[in-house]
Design a protein around this ligand. Structure first.
Ligand code: EPU
Length: 446
């Protein structure tokens, strides 16, 4: 099945898989190089963009992760050809005939909502359920729905299922101001606008690097999108795009890159994180350099070389405040909190984007971290603390990887359950981490 072709093993059993990790107890012995995969949060909107095309679209550097499998499944269910094989995805919307997105699949991952924009724009109608996703706080979709309405659609909702219909059969361009910066909201409405008649202006738009990267590709295929990567995006829409065989290479995952750099800072003798765009994690690199981590940055890699000599307690603490790009990514907050538990001093961490995204810190406390929760958005981390191995539940994709980092640094054995969440965003993470010396094994309960 598609899920198997994506190199993943989604079935009832994988949800019960665990990682068993033997920690280094503070030793810094990881060694070698680790390559960053294509970005989860770039590939999902890129897949959805296939609906805007007259011909077939080929994506390269596609990560073999659960969310890609789910997206293939969801797109296939409405008649789109969506096939993953060896980091390549072939997509064609020529057979698209259904406007109703499966509830069960859509509820499993938030990014399913990105399909709503291009489907509505191409078919004039879409039906979908409130999307699921991580347990990181409320995930409303009001900005998406307002945007559809501004573009001339009528929205109705019954029992959490939405029906959106373009009143005149197709969408029309609109000028809109987002009350909050929303990444998938910007992507969804930008894609919808490519087929809407006239000009759409998205103000207070997200500036995450995945957005201009995709816009550049769409422009090369006939779209007219200006300003992507800034807070005002202008789209002149109205006609289907043609790839004419031009392939789109998914950019490297900046969250994975940043997490590997943090792991290296804490536990490496000598580590090179390759195949990444250091510019996309500039703020993380800056914070770690100021903290004292010996990093070197080249065009597509970041290296840590301290020959295991600098104990983590010599690194300095800092205040961390998550922010939309180019600020510090909320998706890197959990790995960075693990870092802050190991360095000297107090760090105030302010999670500004999501309400439930500090809950995992309770488990770090059980491992020995000194973390005081002030409110759902702020914690105080005091370091350094020696962590000890524990049994943990992976709550979401990013905190799951943070637990892997914490378990690697800790003394003794940890078991991380529910690694389905980690598989949603990271391809074969255990194999890749073993390659640099992490003692991690997947334990299947089947
Ligand atoms: N918001 C609203 N109304 C909306 C949409 C968003 O109030 O209609 C609020 C949210 O509640 C939140 C804020 O706006 O407080 C920002 O949410 P955003 O919409 O930007 O989040 P998202 O698009 O759902 C994407 C990533 C997340 C990442 C956030 C923030 C994808 C598929 N997901 O989510 O990634 O944390 O942007 O950068 O791109 C992850 O990969 O683990 C992940 C959660």
């Amino acid at each position: 099945m598609i899920a198997e072709r994506a190199g993943t093993r989604y079935n009832a059993g994988i949800m019960a898989d665990s990682f068993k990790i033997m920690g280094l107890g503070g030793k810094k012995s990881l060694n070698g190089s680790i390559a960053v995969s294509g970005a989860k949060n770039a590939v999902l909107p890129a897949m959805a963009s296939a609906i805007l095309f007259e011909d077939e679209l080929r994506l390269l550097n596609v990560p073999g992760i659960e969310d890609v499998s789910r997206m293939c499944e969801l797109m296939t269910s409405v008649g789109i050809l969506a096939q993953y094989d060896s980091h390549t995805c072939r997509l064609s919307a020529s057979g698209l005939h259904l406007h109703s997105l499966d509830e069960g699949i859509g509820k499993r991952f938030r990014a399913s909502i990105i399909l709503a924009g291009p489907l509505l724009a191409r078919l004039g109608k879409v039906e979908f359920s409130h999307p699921g996703g991580d347990v990181i706080g409320p995930r409303p979709i009001n900005i998406f729905l307002d945007g559809f309405e501004k573009m001339g659609a009528v929205v109705s909702e019954q029992g959490g299922r939405y029906t959106v219909t373009a009143a005149e059969g197709s969408l029309k361009g609109a000028d809109m101001f987002f009350p909050y910066i929303t990444v998938t909201g910007t992507e969804t409405l930008m894609l919808a606008a490519v087929l809407a008649k006239g000009t759409t202006i998205l103000r207070n738009a997200a500036m995450e690097p995945e957005i201009p990267d995709l816009a550049n590709y769409l422009n090369a295929c006939g779209a007219d999108i200006k300003g992507a990567g800034t807070s005002t995006i202008t789209i002149r829409g109205g006609k289907l795009l043609r790839s004419k065989g031009k392939e789109y290479r998914i950019p490297p995952d900046r969250i994975e890159a940043g997490s590997f750099v943090i792991l290296g800072a804490l536990a490496a003798d000598s580590l090179e994180v390759t195949n990444c765009e250091p510019e996309h994690i500039a703020i993380l690199i800056d914070l770690l350099l100021r903290s004292g981590v010996p990093l070197t940055v080249s065009k597509n890699s970041v290296s840590i070389h301290d020959n295991g000599k600098i104990p983590n307690r010599k690194f300095k603490s800092f205040t961390l405040r998550t922010h939309e790009y180019p600020g510090f990514a909320t998706d890197l907050q959990a790995p960075m909190v693990v870092y802050l538990t190991q360095v000297a001093g107090e760090s105030l961490v302010f999670e500004t984007i999501f309400e439930g995204r500090l809950n995992y810190t309770e488990d770090l406390v059980k491992m020995g971290a000194d973390i005081t929760v002030f409110d759902p958005h702020r914690v105080l981390v005091k370091g350094p603390s020696a962590l000890s191995g524990r049994e943990l539940e992976s709550p979401d994709v990013r905190a799951g990887l943070a637990f892997i980092i914490a378990a690697t640094v800790a003394k003794g054995e940890s078991v991380i359950n529910n690694v389905y969440h980690v598989d949603r965003g990271y391809e074969h993470i255990e194999r890749r981490l073993r390659g640099i010396g992490v003692s991690v094994e997947r334990v299947s309960s089947l």
